[in-house]
Design a protein around this ligand. Structure first.
Ligand code: ATP
Length: 178
C-alpha cells in the first residue's frame, strides 16, 4: 500500500521516507501519512469492532445451525469471535498470544474447536455457498461434475470418504474445489 502512495521509490528506505524524514519502520511511515491512526493497536481495533464482529459471528452461527432463534451468551460470542481471529492469525503462522493486551480465547469444550481447520469447515457461510453452487454448478465440465456428484453423494449418505483429485495443471481442480 505504501508503494502506491510513495511513488517513485527505488529502495525500502525511500518507501519509509515521508516529507524528507526517514522513519525507522513502515508502521511509523504509515502513521506519518495518516494511513494508520496511532491508537490503532490490535486491542483498540478489537474494542472498536467487537460488536459488529460478534453480530456477524452470531448471525453466521444461527445460519449454520439453521436456528435463527439461537441465543448465546455474550461471553460465548466474544470467545467465538476471538477464535475466529485466532484462525486467521494461525493461517499466517501468528497468534493472539503475541499481542500483549488481547484476550485469549478459551478453547471450546468441544475439542474439535481447537483445530482451526475443523473450525473453519464449520464456519462456512452456507447461504453464500448455496448461491455460488447455483451459479457455478452448470459450468462444471463432465469430469468435474462426476467428481462433484460423488463427493455430494458421500456427504448426503453420510459415507465416510477421502477424495484425492489429480490431473494435469490447468484442468480445473481448483475451480472444482472452490
Ligand atoms: N468448468 C470450468 N468452466 C470455466 N472455467 C474453468 C472451468 N474449470 C476450470 N476453469 C478455468 O480454467 C483455469 C484453470 O483451472 P484451475 O486453476 O482450476 O486448474 P488446476 O487444475 O487447479 O491447475 P493447477 O494444477 O495448475 O493449479 C482457471 O482460470 C479456471 O477458472
Amino acid at each position: 500500500m505504501l508503494l502506491s502512495v510513495v511513488v517513485g521509490s527505488t529502495s525500502f528506505e525511500d518507501i519509509r521516507t515521508i516529507n524528507g524524514i526517514t522513519y525507522h519502520s513502515f508502521r511509523e511511515a504509515y502513521i506519518a501519512l495518516n494511513l494508520l491512526q496511532e491508537d490503532e493497536e490490535p486491542e483498540t481495533l478489537w474494542e472498536k469492532h467487537i460488536y459488529s464482529l460478534c453480530d456477524d459471528i452470531l448471525f453466521q452461527t444461527c445460519c449454520n445451525t439453521r436456528n435463527m432463534a439461537l441465543e448465546l451468551r455474550d461471553t460465548d460470542i466474544q470467545n467465538r469471535a476471538l477464535l475466529h481471529l485466532q484462525s486467521i492469525l494461525n493461517k499466517h503462522e501468528r497468534c493472539l498470544e503475541e499481542f500483549l493486551y488481547m484476550s485469549i480465547p478459551i478453547a471450546d469444550t468441544n475439542t474439535e474447536q481447537d483445530n482451526y481447520l475443523i473450525r473453519e469447515e464449520q464456519q462456512y457461510n452456507i447461504e453464500e455457498l448455496a448461491e455460488i453452487i447455483e451459479k457455478e454448478l452448470p459450468c462444471l465440465n463432465v469430469d468435474q461434475r462426476a467428481i462433484f456428484d460423488e463427493v455430494i453423494a458421500a456427504i448426503e449418505t453420510k459415507t465416510p470418504a477421502v477424495f484425492f483429485v489429480d490431473g494435469p495443471g490447468g484442468t480445473g481442480k481448483t475451480f472444482l474445489y472452490k
